[in-house]
Design a protein around this ligand. Sequence first.
Ligand SMILES: NC(=O)c1ccc[n+]([C@@H]2O[C@H](COP(=O)([O-])OP(=O)(O)OC[C@H]3O[C@@H](n4cnc5c(N)ncnc54)[C@H](OP(=O)(O)O)[C@@H]3O)[C@@H](O)[C@H]2O)c1
Length: 344
Amino acid sequence: MAQAANRWSRHRRAEAIGQVEVQGGWRGARQEACPEARKLQESSEVRDSDANSDAMLQLRSGISMPRFGLGTWQSQRGGECQRAVAEALRVGYRLIDTAQIYGNEADVGQALQDARIKRDEVFIVTKLSSREHGGNHPAAALKASLARLKLEYVDLFLIHSPRGGFLLETWDSLVKLRNSGRELPEVNQIELHCFWQQRETESLCQKLGIALMAYSPLARGSLFGSTDLARLAQESLCSEAALCIRWAFQKGFVVIPKSVNPQRIQGNIKALSGPGLTPRQMQEIDLLDQGFCSCPAARAMQVPWEEVATKAPVRGKGKGKSKSNGKGKASGDLQTTSWAEAFS
Ligand SMILES: NC(=O)c1ccc[n+]([C@@H]2O[C@H](COP(=O)([O-])OP(=O)(O)OC[C@H]3O[C@@H](n4cnc5c(N)ncnc54)[C@H](OP(=O)(O)O)[C@@H]3O)[C@@H](O)[C@H]2O)c1
């Protein structure tokens, strides 16, 4: 594994801070990645935002990453996740998003091995657990991830959350792993969907050249059937999930809907084929923004940033693991929420 980590260090680039990271390494594969997204790109029917119809996103380091992939949070280890990843790879997904705390890296690794897809044709994202911040922990944690994934490198290694604290030290460890000079972050993975459009963050990231990866792009289905999106879906003869995916894709984000259901896995990637959304449809969906937070992990961003840059995070006062599903406006009080709760 030492060898594997070294190889990762030599070839990868990355870093990150916040709910983010950075890393790179995506050699070639532009033609193979995400055929449905490529069809959309090539389709003369794409009616909005041609610049954002590219199946691949070029990070400022020059590395390319696919703009559509499979999320795996809550895809259960020991089979469910493996089957979902296998199905996704079969129907053309070429980006898989996992994390150390999801506990399913081994499933992802097994599905990748079974699929016999060339390593440089898939883009694998994993994330450093908040338990592994600081000191030599990131290096050891990466090695363990690579072992579980049965890979010699990952394409993107994100700092999962600021809640682990010691961000600057952790960042420096990642820079050392990459074995190259300090760079600014390239990819920021945040909750982002039409119900929480994060425009301020989007414009900052755009200004800084940081790619935005939209997690919970369906808002976990929480608002399906209860907003104007339902009407728009009916008018467009497609599902609300398809509209969420297309909207985010045409906005230029990397989109990673999670599913363990083969029909949905297939349907979600198909959302990228066929005609794109019209400017009017895009505008109508833009109007759905309501700062709706669907995922408890988003609350982890509400930390005292100056403190967690160099110290362990503020811990909550004796609250147990939250039973809350975290759904609601993005204004929770994290001072009383432990990082473990943030990932409930
Ligand atoms: N960095 C972070 O802290 C962070 C936090 C959250 C998520 N993420 C990443 O982002 C990925 C996606 O986010 P997410 O899993 O929170 O939420 P999501 O992708 O917005 O929604 C997933 C939910 O929607 C359902 N679903 C999938 N396709 C559907 C469709 N076509 N119609 C109706 N329902 C559908 C899934 O159920 P079935 O599985 O039963 O289809 C699941 O319950 C995660 O899996 C993870 O990889 C990262």
